[in-house]
Design a protein around this ligand. Structure first.
Ligand SMILES: [Zn+2]
Length: 222
């Protein structure tokens, strides 16, 4: 069985980050990515076009979100990868083809980061399984990051599910850059109507007090 990486993270390796929606990686791994020294590429499997409901202008929302994504990634020093995207809210119906598409990108990296497969959102769960499949196929290790988990669950829930929670030390500067990157997602952090809360509440952003990573031995190749 593979062992959890000792220091959890090596800053000079090449990384592929997988997101289900264009803001996942900034919320869940923003500090890690801001501090990272090696090359980082990011792929989002959906454009997050249904964040304001099914009646919104889905193409318009998708374009806006991908623009915000590219801006946020540039704050973190991450390169966005253009690739095929699957329906927001329906990623679980496309896992095989998504894993195949992502595996070739994973093969060019030293490590894959993906949402934890039990993060409480169906697309995040699917992205976690896709990340695991792609990493296995490419023969590279996988680490999970959290998006909604700290908002809904105590950390003990992660250990209860047989995974290991790792705390990765990050710089003060990385914390500032994460905040700045998340702020670029205007469509998510600002109310779209005075009577409606933002899609991403500030409590969710703030609940991530430290950079956490999840290691699941079952996801690895060995
Ligand atoms: Zn998401």
């Amino acid at each position: 069985m593979a062992e959890a990486p000792g220091a959890a993270w090596q800053q000079d390796v090449s990384v592929l980050v997988i997101a289900a929606h264009p803001d996942d990686e900034a919320i869940g791994a923003g500090r890690l990515l801001a501090d990272h020294v090696g090359p980082v590429r990011c792929v989002t499997l959906t454009a997050g076009e249904r964040c304001h409901g099914n009646h919104a202008d889905l193409d318009g929302v998708a374009r806006k979100r991908l623009r915000e994504w590219a801006e946020a990634l540039s704050v973190l020093g991450v390169t966005p990868v253009e690739t095929r995207r699957w329906p927001d809210g329906g990623l679980a119906g496309h896992e095989g083809e998504a894993a195949e598409a992502v595996a070739s990108l994973a093969a060019e990296a030293d490590v894959v980061l993906a949402p934890w497969r039990h993060d409480p959102h169906p697309d995040h769960e699917a992205a976690g399984r896709i990340g695991a499949a792609a990493a296995r196929r490419a023969g590279v290790p996988l680490l999970g990051y959290l998006v909604w988990t700290p908002y809904w669950f105590p950390a003990a829930e992660i250990n209860r599910r047989g995974a290991t929670l790792l705390v990765q030390p990050t710089s003060t500067r990385a914390g500032r850059l994460r905040t700045e990157a998340i702020a670029r997602h205007h469509s998510q952090v600002r109310p779209q109507h005075p009577a409606i809360r933002p899609v991403v509440p500030s409590e969710l952003v703030d609940r991530h007090e430290r950079q956490l990573l999840v290691w699941e031995p079952d996801d690895q190749n060995a």
